[in-house]
Design a protein around this ligand. Structure first.
Ligand code: ATP
Ligand code: ZN
Length: 722
C-alpha cells in the first residue's frame, strides 16, 4: 500500500499519513485534497512511503491531486523546511505561510494553470496518429504545433479543458517557461568612484553575502540597479526586498524607468489576493524578471534566481511578529546560500548583527562614503540644549526661530516626533489619576481631533472624560506631546505656515500617503510634521531642515536595542535634509547633549557608535554576541502563565552542567497586560547558535504535550523585542 505523507496548515508539528495510489516522486510539492476531521483540506505532498505507523483500517485516502506540477519546487521546500526547523514552527503551517492566500484553497485551481503550453516530444509521438473522427483533439494538436496560450486552447471546445489537463498529466504537454524579452536597461548616471568600486567588487564576489554600508543619499539604490542590470542581462531573475513603507510608486517608477522591458512583479500588502497568486505563479513559471517586494516576497518561487537585494536591511519590518516569526533578511541570506546566489544587504545604519558579521569577515563589507549628487553634503547636525530653554508644547523658542527663517527663505522643514496622537498621557494633577487602558498595562493616548482616548496596543478607546473619574477635578492636563499637539502648537505660533501632518492617523485613507508625497514634492507644504513614516527613503529636494523633538525618551530604555533603533531612525530622518544642491541642517532638541548617541550623530559616525554598542553587548552577552530564544505564555492571570512556563523550564533545563545554553527564570512581560490577557516569558540564551538550536529541537516537540488549560504560548527565535 502506498502512503502519502502530507503537510497541513495546522498548529501541530507532525505530518499526516493517507493512502494514495497513482502518486509518484514527481508529485512531491504538489497540493492534494484530503479529509481532515469533518472537513476537506488542502495539503502539500511531502513524501511517499510504503509503511505507516497508523493502522491500515484507520487510514483515509487522498481525495484528489490538485496540481500537475509541484507548487513548491525542491529549492523552496528545502528553504521552508529549514525555516520550520530553525524557527521551531510546524512544517505545515510554515509551508502555508509561504503560499499566497488563494493557493491555500481549492478555488485557486484555475489560476494554477500554465499560461503557455507546448507539446513535448512524447506528446508529438503520441498524438501524431489521432483518428480522423477525434476532431477536437486534432484541432488542439494542430494549434499546439506553435505552442499555445492556455486560455485560447481551453476555449476551443467543451471538452478541451479536460483533454488538455489529461495531456499535461501524461507529460505530452509542458508549460512554456516564459522567454525573456530583450532586456535593454536605460543608462544610469556615471558611477561615483565608490559606487564603481562596489559594483566591481560585487561582480567578483560570487555567491556570497555583501554588506553595502553607504551614508544616506550615497547612491546605494544605484549600485543595486547596476548589479541587477548585469544579472538580468544573463537571463536570471532578481529579487529586491524593501521595507513596506519604502515600496512607493516612486521606487517602482525608478525600476521601471531603468528596465523598461523587464517584466516586474510588485508584491506588497496592498496587492489583492488574486493578483498576488497570479504574480506568484508567473514568477514560478519564470515569467517575471524582477521582483520588488516586502518581507513575504522572500518566499517567491524563482527558478532562475540570480541576485537577492535587501534594502534597509536593519529595518524592523523584515521581522514577522506573528505565526512564523521569521526575519526576511536572515531567510534571504539562507536562501542565497542554498541557491548559490549573491545576497546584497544595504543600509546607512546596518543592524549590529550584519555589522558584526562584516567585521568577522563573514560578509564582504563595501562602503559608500560620499553623497552621490555632485555637491550634496551630509547635513550639519546641531544639538539644542533644552535644559535651560523652556519648552512650550514641546517646542523651544530657538527652534521656532529657525522655522521662521526657513519660511522666509521658502524652504521646507520637517519636524520629526515618533509619537502620534495629541498627548501620551492625560493626567489629573489634583489626585494623580492617569487615563489607562482597561485591557492593557498601557496609558491611553489623547487624540484631540476625534475627542477620544485610544490605546495604541489594543485599539480600545473611550471619550475624553469631562472631569477626573477619581476626584472630580475638571482640570485634566495633557502631559507630553504627540504629532497632533505639535501641529496645533505650530498652527498657533506660525499661522502663516502651511502645515502637513504625516502619521498613521492622518494617512489612514488609501492613497492619502501618495497624495501627501506629491504635495510635498510640489512644494505645497512648508512644515511637515511626522513620525517614522516620513523618515525613510524619500527624496524631497526642497527639504533643508530636519528638527527632531522628543527623542530623549528612548535613550534610557529597558530594551537594550532601543538606542540602536533610535540612532538608525535619526540617521534616516537626518538624511532627508539637503539631498539636492541646497545644504541641509538637522536640529535635535535634547536634555542630554553629551550622550554618546547624539555625539556620534553630530559626527555622522556610525562605525564608532556601532563599535561602542558592540562592546556593551559583548560585556552583557547580548546579541549579536549571544543567541536568544523567547518562550512567551499568556493567560487570564499572570499566575497561570508563570506556572506553565515553570513546567516548560523543567523540560528545557540542561542535562549536563557543561552545557552552554542558559534557561532563565520566567518573568512577567514588560507590558504585563495586553487585550485583557496577562503575559510572561522566559529566555533561553547561548553563545553558540548551534547549541541553542540543538536544545530547541530537543524540547520544542515536548511543549506541545504540556497541559495548557487557558494558556497560549509562542516561541520566538532571534527575537527583536525582549
Ligand atoms: N553616480 C551618480 N551620479 C549622479 N547622481 C546619482 C548617482 N548615484 C545616485 N545618484 C542620485 O543620488 C540620489 C541618491 O541616490 P540613491 O537614492 O541611490 O541613494 P541611497 O543611498 O539609496 O539613499 P537613501 O539610503 O538615503 O535613501 C538620487 O537622486 C540618485 O538619482
Ligand atoms: Zn489596550
Amino acid at each position: 500500500m502506498q502512503i502519502a505523507r502530507v503537510a497541513l496548515d495546522v498548529p501541530l508539528p507532525q505530518l499526516f499519513d493517507y493512502r494514495a495510489e497513482g502518486l509518484n516522486e514527481a508529485h512531491l510539492g504538489c497540493r492534494v485534497l484530503v479529509p481532515f476531521g469533518r472537513r476537506q483540506r488542502v495539503a502539500i505532498l511531502m513524501a511517499l512511503d510504503q509503511h505507516s505507523e497508523i493502522e491500515p483500517a484507520r487510514l483515509k485516502s487522498v481525495m484528489a491531486l490538485l496540481d500537475e506540477a509541484p507548487l513548491l519546487d525542491s529549492g523552496l521546500l528545502q528553504l521552508l523546511t529549514f525555516c520550520s526547523q530553525y524557527y521551531q514552527y510546524p512544517l505545515g503551517a510554515t509551508l502555508f505561510t509561504a503560499l499566497p492566500g488563494r493557493l491555500r484553497q481549492t478555488e485557486a485551481l484555475r489560476e494554477a494553470m500554465p499560461q503557455q503550453v507546448c507539446l513535448t516530444p512524447a506528446g508529438q509521438a503520441a498524438l501524431a496518429a489521432l483518428p480522423a473522427q477525434a476532431r477536437l483533439q486534432r484541432q488542439l494538436f494542430q494549434a499546439l504545433q506553435q505552442g499555445g496560450d492556455w486560455q485560447v486552447l481551453v476555449s476551443m471546445g467543451a471538452s478541451a479543458p479536460a483533454l488538455l489537463k489529461h495531456w499535461l498529466t501524461q507529460g505530452w504537454l509542458e508549460p512554456v517557461r516564459g522567454v525573456a524579452p530583450e532586456l535593454s536597461p536605460t543608462d544610469g548616471p556615471t558611477l561615483s568612484p565608490d559606487q564603481g568600486h562596489a559594483v566591481a567588487a560585487l561582480r567578483e564576489l560570487g555567491a556570497e553575502t555583501a554588506l553595502l554600508f553607504g551614508i544616506t543619499g550615497s547612491g546605494k539604490t544605484e549600485v543595486y540597479l547596476q548589479r541587477l542590470a548585469e544579472v538580468l542581462a544573463t537571463g536570471q531573475q532578481g529579487l529586491v526586498l524593501v521595507p513596506e513603507i519604502n515600496l512607493t510608486p516612486q521606487l517602482l517608477q525608478r525600476f521601471r524607468q531603468r528596465f523598461p522591458t523587464a517584466r516586474i512583479a510588485c508584491l506588497h500588502s496592498e496587492v489583492s489576493d488574486a493578483e498576488r497568486a497570479r504574480e506568484w505563479l508567473a514568477c514560478q513559471a519564470g515569467e517575471r524578471d524582477l521582483i520588488l517586494g516586502t518581507r513575504l516576497a522572500v518566499f517567491t518561487p524563482l527558478p532562475r534566481l540570480g541576485l537577492i537585494v535587501v534594502d534597509e536591511e536593519h529595518d524592523a519590518s523584515y521581522k514577522q511578529q506573528e505565526g512564523l516569526r521569521y526575519s526576511a533578511r536572515d531567510v534571504a541570506v539562507m536562501r542565497g546560500r542554498q541557491a548559490g546566489v549573491q545576497v546584497l544587504l544595504g543600509s546607512a545604519t546596518p543592524s549590529l548583527e550584519s555589522w558584526h558579521n562584516a567585521q568577522q569577515a563573514r560578509y564582504r563589507l563595501l562602503s559608500l562614503g560620499q553623497r552621490a549628487v555632485a555637491g550634496a553634503q551630509l547635513p550639519e547636525v546641531v544639538l539644542l540644549d533644552t535644559r535651560r530653554a523652556p519648552l512650550r508644547d514641546g517646542l523651544s523658542e530657538a527652534l521656532l526661530r529657525v522655522l521662521r527663517q526657513q519660511l522666509q527663505r521658502g524652504e521646507q522643514s520637517l519636524l520629526f516626533l515618533n509619537r502620534r496622537g495629541y498627548a501620551p498621557v492625560l493626567f489629573c494633577d489634583a489626585c494623580g489619576w492617569q487615563a489607562s487602558c482597561r485591557r492593557c498595562s498601557a496609558r491611553l493616548v489623547w487624540h484631540r481631533g476625534e475627542r477620544r482616548l485610544v490605546c495604541h496596543h489594543c485599539g480600545w478607546g473611550q471619550a475624553v472624560p469631562q472631569h477626573c473619574p477619581d476626584c472630580g477635578n475638571q482640570d485634566l492636563k495633557p502631559v507630553g506631546s504627540g504629532t497632533q499637539r505639535l501641529e496645533a502648537a505650530l498652527a498657533e505660533a506660525l499661522p502663516e505656515a502651511r502645515l502637513l501632518r504625516v502619521d498613521r492617523d492622518s494617512m489612514r485613507r488609501k492613497g492619502s500617503w501618495q497624495a501627501a508625497q506629491q504635495q510635498i514634492v510640489a512644494g505645497e507644504a512648508d512644515i511637515l510634521i511626522g513620525t517614522q513614516m516620513l523618515a525613510k527613503g524619500h527624496d524631497f529636494p526642497n527639504l533643508t531642515l530636519v528638527a527632531v523633538v522628543g527623542a530623549d525618551g528612548s535613550l534610557y530604555s529597558a530594551d537594550y536595542r532601543a538606542s540602536e533603533r533610535l540612532f538608525a531612525q535619526l540617521v534616516q530622518v537626518a538624511g532627508r535634509a539637503g539631498r539636492a544642491d541646497k545644504p541641509g541642517r538637522v536640529l535635535v532638541q535634547t536634555a542630554f547633549p553629551d550622550h554618546p548617541l547624539y555625539v556620534a550623530l553630530t559626527r555622522h559616525d556610525y562605525p564608532a557608535f556601532a563599535a561602542q554598542l558592540l562592546a556593551e553587548r559583548a560585556q552583557c552577552l547580548f546579541p549579536p554576541l549571544a543567541y536568544q530564544a523567547i518562550l512567551r505564555a499568556e493567560a487570564r492571570t499572570l499566575e497561570q502563565a508563570l506556572q506553565w512556563l515553570q513546567q516548560a523550564r523543567q523540560l528545557m533545563l540542561p542535562e549536563q552542567a557543561a552545557d552552554t545554553v542558559e534557561v532563565f527564570e520566567p518573568v512577567p512581560a514588560l507590558m504585563l497586560r495586553v487585550n485583557g490577557r496577562e503575559r510572561a516569558q522566559l529566555m533561553l540564551q547561548s553563545t553558540t547558535r548551534a547549541a541553542l538550536q540543538q536544545r530547541l529541537r530537543a524540547v520544542t516537540p515536548q511543549l506541545y504535550g504540556l497541559p495548557t488549560p487557558g494558556v497560549s504560548w509562542t516561541l520566538e527565535v532571534d527575537p527583536l523585542d525582549v
